[in-house]
Write a protein that binds this ligand. Structure first.
Ligand code: DX5
Ligand code: ZN
Length: 221
């Protein structure tokens, strides 16, 4: 399966967003990772629906929307307006996670589940046959700039192996501290979608186009 880059736009330089979006388009970026936070499931706020509309209409790149919120069923309708988007929820935030997944797909979107470091793989195994994407978070949800949580790389490997062995179609996404040092390990662990944040392409002071090229090179090595 082709390895894909999903820049995490909460890490953008908002005063330079148009320039960054032009670079994403020019460099074949496959998804735009949009973190939506409600201040309850995670103690933070980040991006919103108008931000999604702006970057989606300007770039035409599919959105990979990461819903870090309680009771996400309330907002599936709102976020399902984006053609070809993925809506990713944390299973513990829904009373009926499988129903949530099916509701997302019924609206024509791809459904993902995201497992924080506090959520064991075993607790979501029954959902894997149904989802289009499984995201393994390697940091605690809610903030960029964190360091990888020990043990999450092994969890990523187990998840990728399980999906491969069972022949499920889900993409395996990794989200959090995807740094130049961690990226090769995450690639070799079997991830196919990489959320790129402050640890790589949004590194302040580095040339973003050069960073995207470097990121792609490591994925293709
Ligand atoms: C954290 C978000 C991530 C984060 C990744 O809750 O899900 O997308 O922004 O950024 P870094 O690379 O800084 O961990
Ligand atoms: Zn995220």
């Amino acid at each position: 399966m082709k390895r894909k880059i999903a820049p995490s736009l909460m890490c953008s330089d908002f005063l330079d967003l148009r320039k960054e979006c032009d670079l994403f388009k020019a460099n074949g970026i496959e998804y735009l990772h949009i973190d939506i936070m409600d201040g309850h499931y995670v103690p933070n706020f980040s991006l919103g629906i108008d931000f999604c509309r702006a970057v989606s209409s300007y770039t035409g790149i599919p959105l990979d929307i990461h819903l870090m919120m309680e009771d996400p069923d309330r907002y599936i309708g709102v976020f399902s307006e984006f053609e070809g988007c993925t809506l990713c929820v944390h299973p513990e935030t829904s009373y009926q996670p499988l129903r949530t997944v099916q509701q997302i797909q019924k609206r024509g979107c791809r459904a993902g589940i995201s497992l924080s470091p506090s959520c064991p793989l075993g607790s979501a195994e029954h959902l894997l046959p149904y989802v289009d994407l499984l995201c393994i978070m390697t940091v605690h949800p809610g903030y960029a700039g964190q360091t990888i949580v020990t043990g999450t790389l092994k969890k990523l490997e187990e998840a990728a192996r399980l999906i491969e062995k069972k022949g499920y179609g889900a993409e395996v996404e990794v989200d959090g501290n995807v740094s130049w040092e961690n990226l090769p390990k995450m690639r070799d662990a079997g991830a196919t979608v990489f959320v790129a944040g402050t640890s790589s392409i949004f590194q302040r002071g580095a040339d973003m186009e050069e960073s995207i090229r470097r990121f792609r090179e490591i994925l293709e090595a």
